[in-house]
Design a protein around this ligand. Structure first.
Ligand SMILES: [Zn+2]
Length: 714
């Protein structure tokens, strides 16, 4: 997991890419997005007093621009027109006299402009770097194992010193000086001209990009509230599996098994492939999922082990007293079978209505879909869609499906969307691996001391390995582990790793090596990048891909054989199938948002019908030909759709980017030098970054090539 890259260009991307799958890896909203703004913090409802986009009405912008051109000359006309427009779009009446401001702060003299740019770069590194450190330190007791938590620690962890930073920079006019003198660009402009931009131009765009939106506190609060409510809804959506009954009244699942939708339901389904009675159980889980999506699930059965439910007939009966779990929550025994009544879609609509309030405050990306793709990922929606459709419609799909059908020995069904059977073979037993890692790393300090050796083992030159290790601090973590970057030079990247009393077990080691990949990228992309305004990587999928490069080599670093060719083929096929699966889910997610923007006054019931329709259409087009199940709404089951909307596209993109980077590294053979060359390029757009890194823009080809090769060698 990667924690907190709050002030780079990805500040606006709503979510972090989770490092692994499963319920524990639910993506978390980035801090900047979830920061709670108390009512007292916000100026008295500016939006209530003025129209959504607030431009000081008295100012004649054309006259103002003409006056500035008269002062500074026609050579400055383009800069003046652009700068004044950029300021005017976000200026509010309480900001004062717009004309006086632009007259005083427009900079025509190139030497002064250059000095101002450099001042901003230096000062922003300090503001953002120290703010980040404060944020890190208030969370320290929550993140790092420093002994028992105090009652106040969660309160401290919820404090986000960066929450009001951008607004403060606007009210002090610093943000407006940036907007008056440096260019905001759209993604389309960056895509068209990005390859030809100088490094300085990139840095100027990133500087201005920090001020591309100015969202009033109460609007941010509404977004946070809707998101928190959706998250609460999703996090309590459990099914008590012992209380699912079939037509004969049999219980197919053991007592006590309480599964959250969709994560645990999906993982239970995956885990039933080896089970001789698995098929009936898997089919039942699919039916449950379909009923959740269509909202035909009886409301009384949600998180309620006091009733039994036959998902096929939808009959609800009182659970016999001796079947009710001891830890059953207090719930009413309602047997009327009344359906959930579209709560799922009411939650999604609430997210939409909150997000829509942001639209007028982000001139460059005036709807949530554009913000997600053009600001968050910096890949246009059309391009992402084309990449996903390339995988979805690939002729490799039926070929991989045939391999799966051969292995399961039957015709494929919708549940095989989650087939988990491509697995590495021949790895040493986990106990043997545990013994090795425990002996080598008895505590976090031992892992810290071993960093240079790990890094030279990966292919970094000894001096570079020592330099990297000097920029990383290792802390014992409370959770499974995470990486946290530094945001100013002189600070340290943090590797948080969990080490048990008996030393670091293999699982912990595997995660720590992944986190080290993040840290090394973070050190290069801050300390070795030429302009600190460009620190970072294009988006989270890139740092995840770079972390996987390290993680995939963890056995070799222990002095063991790397996975053999057969295991490598299994890994490729597994990734292909997962990418194919989640690509369709992502299309449904995006499709739902387009529908909401086209039908802003829709009721939850209408939204339900629309989402079910989009899910069915997507299934029938791409999945039914290989998995059957014509018309199933299964693709609508992901909880992210409700609680972290527009996030799901990051998963398939992450797979594509990881394959592209890995393919290049395997070809080049010089991991240390190439890793440094890639990661020190900084936060440009994904295509410019990838072209510099691998010679080609972001592409699905490397994954498809690897899959083709794996199939050919089977
Ligand atoms: Zn990660």
């Amino acid at each position: 997991m990667l924690l907190s890259r709050p002030f780079t260009s990805t500040i606006l991307s709503a979510l972090l890419l989770a490092c692994d799958s499963g319920p524990a890896a639910k993506p978390e909203p980035a801090k900047a997005e979830v920061a709670k703004v108390s009512a007292a913090d916000t100026p008295l409802s500016a939006a209530a007093r003025a129209p959504a986009v607030i431009t000081a009405p008295a100012v004649d912008l054309a006259a103002l621009k003409a006056a500035l051109v008269r002062v500074h000359g026609a050579g400055q006309q383009v800069r003046i027109e652009r700068g004044v427009e950029q300021v005017a779009k976000l200026w509010r009446p309480e900001d004062g006299d717009l004309a006086a401001f632009v007259t005083e702060f427009f900079i025509a003299d190139p030497a002064v402009l250059d000095a101002t740019f450099k001042r901003f770069m230096a000062v922003f590194e300090q503001i953002e770097g120290h703010t980040h450190e404060i944020g890190r330190e208030v969370r320290r007791a929550s993140d790092v194992d420093v002994g028992p938590l105090l009652a106040v620690d969660p309160l401290l962890a919820a404090y986000d010193p960066g929450a009001r930073l951008i607004e403060d920079l606007f009210t002090t006019k610093v943000g407006f000086v940036v907007l008056l003198n440096f260019p905001l660009t759209t993604l389309a402009e960056r895509d068209e001209h990005g390859a030809a931009y100088s490094r300085r131009q990139w840095a100027e765009l990133r500087l201005a990009g920090r001020f591309g939106r100015r969202v009033p506190g109460e609007v941010r609060q509404a977004v946070t509230k809707a998101s928190a409510e959706a998250d609460r809804y999703v996090s309590q959506y459990n099914l008590w599996m012992h209380h699912l009954v079939n037509a004969r009244g049999e219980r197919l699942f053991p007592p006590g098994l309480r599964l959250i939708s969709h994560w645990n339901l999906r993982d239970e389904l995956k885990g039933r492939y080896g089970d001789p009675e698995g098929l009936a159980r898997q089919r039942l889980i699919v039916t449950v999922m379909e009923r959740i999506v269509t909202q035909t699930i009886p409301a009384a059965v949600i998180d309620n082990p006091r009733v039994d439910w036959d998902p096929v007939t939808n009959a609800v009966t009182a659970a016999p007293a001796d079947s009710v779990e001891a830890d059953a929550p207090a719930r009413a025994v309602s047997l009327d079978g009344a359906r959930e009544d579209d709560v799922r879609y009411a939650q999604l609509l609430a997210q939409f209505h909150a997000a829509r309030r942001e639209d007028p405050h982000v001139p460059a990306a005036p709807n949530a879909i554009a913000r997600s793709f053009e600001i968050g990922r910096e890949l246009p929606e059309a391009r992402v869609k084309a990449l996903l459709e390339q995988v979805l419609g690939s002729p490799l799909v039926p070929r991989v499906a045939a391999v799966i059908a051969g292995r399961v020995g039957r015709k494929l069904e919708p549940m095989d969307l989650w087939y988990p059977g491509f697995k590495a073979s021949g790895a040493p037993p986990e106990a043997e691996l545990d013994a090795r890692t425990r002996a080598r790393y008895p505590d976090a300090q031992a892992f810290a001391a071993g960093l240079p050796e790990l890094l030279t083992g990966l292919g970094f030159a000894p001096t570079r390995a020592r330099w990297l290790a000097e920029h990383i601090r290792v802390d014992p973590s409370r959770g499974a582990g995470h990486a946290m970057q530094a945001v100013r030079r002189g600070d340290f990247a943090r590797l948080r790793t969990r080490v048990g009393a008996g030393g670091m077990d293999y699982k912990g080691y595997n995660i720590a090596v992944h986190e080290l990949g993040h840290n090394v990228e973070q050190v290069f992309s801050l300390e070795a990048v030429d302009q600190t305004l460009l620190a970072g990587v294009p988006n989270n999928a890139f740092t995840e891909a770079l972390a996987f490069v390290f993680q995939a080599r963890d056995l070799g670093l222990l002095g063991l054989e790397r996975p053999d060719a057969a295991s490598e083929r299994e890994r490729v096929l597994n990734d292909f199938w997962q990418t194919w699966e989640i690509a369709g889910v992502a299309l449904v997610d995006v499709g739902a948002w387009h529908w909401m923007y086209a039908h802003p006054d829709a009721s939850p019931a209408e939204l339900r019908e629309a989402v079910v329709g989009i899910a069915r259409e997507t299934w029938d087009r791409y999945y039914a030909p290989v998995l059957g199940g014509q018309g199933t709404p299964l693709l609508g089951i992901y909880s992210h759709m409700i609680s972290y909307p527009l996030y799901l596209s990051d998963y398939p993109l992450g797979h594509l980017i990881a394959f592209q980077i890995e393919e290049h590294l395997q070809k080049s053979g010089a991991l240390g030098a190439e890793f440094e060359r890639m990661s020190s390029f900084g936060s440009v757009t994904p295509d410019v970054w990838m072209t510099h890194a691998t010679g080609a823009p972001v592409s699905a080809e490397p994954l498809l090539r690897a899959t083709e090769a794996a199939l050919a060698a089977l």
